[in-house]
Design a protein around this ligand. Structure first.
Ligand SMILES: Cc1cc2nc3c(=O)[nH]c(=O)nc-3n(C[C@H](O)[C@H](O)[C@H](O)COP(=O)(O)OP(=O)(O)OC[C@H]3O[C@@H](n4cnc5c(N)ncnc54)[C@H](O)[C@@H]3O)c2cc1C
Length: 424
């Protein structure tokens, strides 16, 4: 395991109340065991505990210490794979179901935050900015396509409108999604854990699962500290932080690292005057927004090796200055990284791996909305309704070239090529 635990230099850690949960000790029995205390595991835990099942969540480090407490907090619309591509892969009906699912996921996230009073700084609106003029045609086609599904929250912006929205004139135009937005990701994860615990879920931190196996009476898990769990059903929700628990997951889902900084509070009112989130059209996407204490939170830059750059602030600042050269003198207050999971096709890897064992992972950078909901869908499968999980299982997610052993070199070569194209 690498880069585990809450990152010390994260603005999120500095601004969220985190609850400490105990480590699991001894022999424990439960109906459903969930490996991973991020959005996927917690979404499942809320649903299952609400239905009265005995649920146990185990996290190697802490609640939200994975991608869920480190991410950009951007609320995106749709699945990660665009709907036109999904239609060509699965046909019109199933692509439409996947679109409806993504909108239901957004509504479900908003309802959870509202009904459970999760204070996570939720804001609405997201600008998508084109770093090359050629992206205009793609965005127009997307807006027209999803209008067929009745989605009318997208509008085109010309160059001047984007400049006024963002406070920079480096982009050629873009679009505005009134259905997008942003939030404080760690406050969301912590809030979800409290909701699950209120419903009766048992939550354990510093509880790293090293292996599981089937036994006559269910499934038996071993933890690093010698504790054990026996359960009837198992949900594996370790996403990019997991390795070695399941060869099938490891060969289909690849961890990559992405990095974020925050500045000292801004004194330039032209930057994001409407408090919207922003993201650009680069393959290695830049994404940013303001925090409630008026800092710029800017994500930009990734790497494809099992470690982080030594100086994350400098690594991300280079990208920030390409968008906001006027911030050359501002101090950088925090810089941190996180590990997300991608798949070859960028569609999520959702599977029943074996009788009574399910997984969902590989949201490919779009898990703030989808992961809590896919956790909920795993929970439905546990209680006998696997309709949506079966649909998601049909999404093609081929194994990485070279399988588990050789996937890193092939990935680095492939992704580095596209990252290079951003710079041309
Ligand atoms: C820097 C960054 C920026 C991002 N920005 C955005 C964004 O703006 N918008 C968006 O939609 N998505 C974004 N994402 C992606 C999003 O954060 C993820 O898709 C989402 O959080 C995945 O949630 P998860 O619960 O599946 O995984 P995680 O949150 O990673 O949780 C997995 C958990 O499993 C635990 N675990 C792993 N193995 C074991 C084990 N063996 N035993 C016990 N516990 C284990 C880990 O400790 C971890 O806490 C970003 C990700 C990163 C890293």
């Amino acid at each position: 395991m690498k880069n585990t635990g809450h990152p010390a230099d994260s603005w999120y850690i500095a601004t969220a109340d985190t609850t400490a949960w105990p480590a699991l000790e001894g022999a424990h029995h439960t109906d459903v065991c969930i490996i991973g205390g991020g959005y996927t595991g917690l979404g499942a835990a809320i649903e299952l505990s609400h239905q009265g099942l005995h649920v146990t969540v185990l996290d190697s480090a802490g609640i939200g210490s994975g991608a869920s407490g480190r991410n950009g907090g951007q609320i995106h619309t749709g699945q990660r794979v665009d709907p036109e591509k999904l239609e060509s892969l699965l046909g019109a009906d199933q692509a439409r179901q996947l679109w409806d699912m993504s909108e239901d996921a957004k509504a479900s996230l908003h309802a959870l935050i509202r009904e459970q009073n999760i204070d996570c700084d939720l804001k609405h609106g997201l600008v998508h900015a084109w770093h090359k003029p050629g992206y205009a045609a793609d965005d127009r086609a997307y807006i027209d396509f999803v209008a067929r599904y009745g989605y009318d929250k997208l509008s085109l912006l010309d160059k001047a409108q984007v400049a006024a929205e963002l406070g920079t004139d480096v982009y050629y135009g873009g679009s505005f999604d009134a259905g997008g937005g942003h939030l404080h990701p760690l406050k969301l994860a912590q809030g979800m854990a409290r909701v699950a615990a209120t419903h009766g879920a048992q939550i354990f931190e510093n509880s790293h699962v090293t292996r599981y196996r089937r036994i006559a009476k269910g499934i038996h898990l071993h933890l690093e500290n010698g504790a054990t769990v026996t359960c009837q059903r198992l949900l594996i929700c370790g996403n990019g932080y997991m390795e070695g628990l399941s060869e099938e997951i490891d060969s289909h889902v690849m961890p990559i690292n992405n990095f974020i900084l925050t500045t000292e509070p801004l004194d330039d009112p032209a930057i994001l005057p409407h408090d919207h989130a922003a993201a650009d059209s680069r393959f290695v996407v830049n994404y940013w927004r303001k925090t409630p204490d008026n800092r710029l939170l800017f994500g930009g830059g990734e790497n494809y090796v099992p470690w982080f750059p030594k100086d994350i602030k400098t690594f991300v600042r280079r990208n920030m200055l390409k968008v906001y050269p006027q911030l050359a003198d501002i101090e950088i207050s925090h810089g941190w990284g996180g590990t997300l999971a991608i798949t070859m096709s960028r569609a999520p890897f959702v599977r029943q791996l074996a009788p009574n064992v399910w997984t969902s992972a590989g949201y490919s950078g779009q898990g703030v909305v989808l992961a809590p909901y896919f956790g909920k869908l795993l929970a439905r499968a546990v209680t006998g309704n696997d309709h949506d999980i079966k649909l998601l299982s049909q999404l093609p997610t081929p194994a990485f070239l070279g399988g588990r052993a050789l996937r890193w070199p092939a990935l680095v070569a492939g992704l580095s090529y596209y990252a290079l194209r951003d710079r041309l």
